[in-house]
Design a protein around this ligand. Structure first.
Ligand code: ATP
Ligand code: MG
Length: 286
C-alpha cells in the first residue's frame, strides 16, 4: 500500500503533549518539538503536520489532512463538514458562562439584553437561542476574562477547567453550556486505502485506552477461598490459578477494571488474599 495518512496535530498548546503521547503509546514514531512543521513517521505510513488548532478542522474538511486532533469545542464552533471518528479522553474542559462575583444570579434569563464576551459566538449563540434569551455577543479572540473589568461586557463565556482563572479575575461560573474533550476528526469522504489505515490506527488507540482503565492483579490466596476470590476477579476470560511452593496456597492472576478493583478490594482481602500486586497494563486486546 502506497497511501500515507496525513495527521494534523496542534503544534504547541493544551492538546499537544497528550496527542504526541498517544501516538507514542501506539508505537508510532515521529520527531516533534524541533520547530519543524512536518514530520514523517519512521515506522507507520503517516505524516504529521503541526498547526494552530484553529486551522485543523478546515484542513481536514478540505482533505489536506486525513485526520486531526482538536477539542470538541473548536470542532463544533467552526461547524466544518467533518466526522468525529473517536473520542480521546484528554484535554477535558467545559465552556461556561461567568459573571462578576457580586452579580445576583437567578438563572440564564439574567443575561437578557446584556453584553457577553466570548471566543465561541456560535456555541454561545445556539445556547442562548435554545434558552430563549436575547443578548449581544462580542467576539474576542483571547483574554476573554478581563472583558467585565474593562467595561466591555457584563458576562463572559469561556473555557474552564479548574476555574482558577475565573476566580483570579473576580468572576464566578454560573452556567455550563458545553463539555469538551479531544477528538479525532476525519473528512466525511475517505478512500478505501485511507480508511484501512485509519482502522489500523484506531485498533491501536483503543487497545491503549482500554489498557489505561484496567490493571493486572496478582495475589496469593489460600486454596479453600479460591472459588470466592476468582468470582471477584473474572478477568478477560477467567483468572490464572497456579500453585505456590507453600502447600495449600495458590497464586491468582487476573485483569480488573480500576473502579472494580477499589470496589472489590475489601471483599478480596476478607476472603483471605495476601500479597496483592496491582500492575499497569500497556496494551490490551480482547
Ligand atoms: P493554538 O495556539 O494552537 O491556537 P489555543 O491557544 O487556541 O492554541 P489551547 O489553549 O492550547 O488553544 O487549547 C486547545 C484546546 O484544549 C481547547 O480548544 C480545549 O479543547 C482544550 N483546553 C483548553 N483549556 C483547557 C484546560 N484548561 N484544560 C484542559 N483542556 C483545555
Ligand atoms: Mg487556537
Amino acid at each position: 500500500m502506497s497511501s500515507v495518512l496525513r495527521i494534523a496535530l496542534q503544534k504547541s498548546g493544551r492538546l499537544s503533549e497528550d496527542s504526541y503521547q498517544l501516538f507514542k503509546e501506539c508505537g508510532i514514531r515521529f520527531d516533534y518539538g524541533t520547530g519543524k512543521l512536518k514530520s514523517v513517521s519512521s515506522n507507520f505510513p503517516a505524516e504529521f503536520l503541526f498547526l494552530r488548532d484553529d486551522d485543523i478542522p478546515g484542513y481536514v474538511e478540505d482533505g489536506v489532512a486525513d485526520l486531526g486532533i482538536v477539542g470538541e469545542n473548536v470542532a463544533v464552533e467552526m461547524g466544518r463538514q467533518v466526522q468525529t471518528i473517536h473520542k480521546l479522553g484528554f484535554s477535558k474542559c467545559r465552556l461556561s458562562i461567568a459573571v462578576p462575583r457580586g452579580t445576583d444570579w437567578t438563572g440564564i434569563q439574567c443575561l437578557e439584553g446584556k453584553n457577553i464576551a466570548t471566543s465561541y459566538p456560535n456555541l454561545l449563540g445556539n445556547y442562548l437561542t435554545e434558552q430563549g434569551v436575547q443578548a449581544e455577543i462580542h467576539e474576542i479572540s483571547g483574554s476573554v476574562e478581563i472583558a467585565p473589568s474593562i467595561g466591555l461586557a457584563e458576562a463572559v463565556c469561556d473555557i474552564v477547567s479548574s476555574g482558577s482563572t475565573l476566580l483570579s479575575n473576580g468572576l464566578k461560573e454560573v452556567e455550563t453550556i458545553f463539555r469538551s474533550e479531544a477528538i479525532l476528526i476525519a473528512p466525511n469522504e475517505l478512500n478505501a486505502e485511507k480508511q484501512e489505515l485509519i482502522d489500523k490506527l484506531l485498533f491501536r488507540i483503543k487497545a491503549v485506552q482500554v489498557a489505561k482503565n484496567n490493571k493486572y492483579i496478582v495475589l496469593n490466596a489460600p486454596n479453600h477461598s479460591l472459588d470466592q476470590i476468582t468470582a471477584l476477579l473474572p478477568g478477560m476470560k477467567s483468572p490464572t490459578v497456579t500453585p505456590l511452593a507453600t502447600e495449600g496456597w495458590s497464586s491468582v492472576h487476573s485483569v480488573l477494571n480500576e473502579n472494580e478493583f477499589w470496589e472489590n478490594i475489601e471483599a478480596i482481602r476478607a476472603a483471605g488474599a495476601e500479597g496483592i500486586l496491582v500492575i499497569p497494563i500497556e496494551k490490551m486486546i480482547y
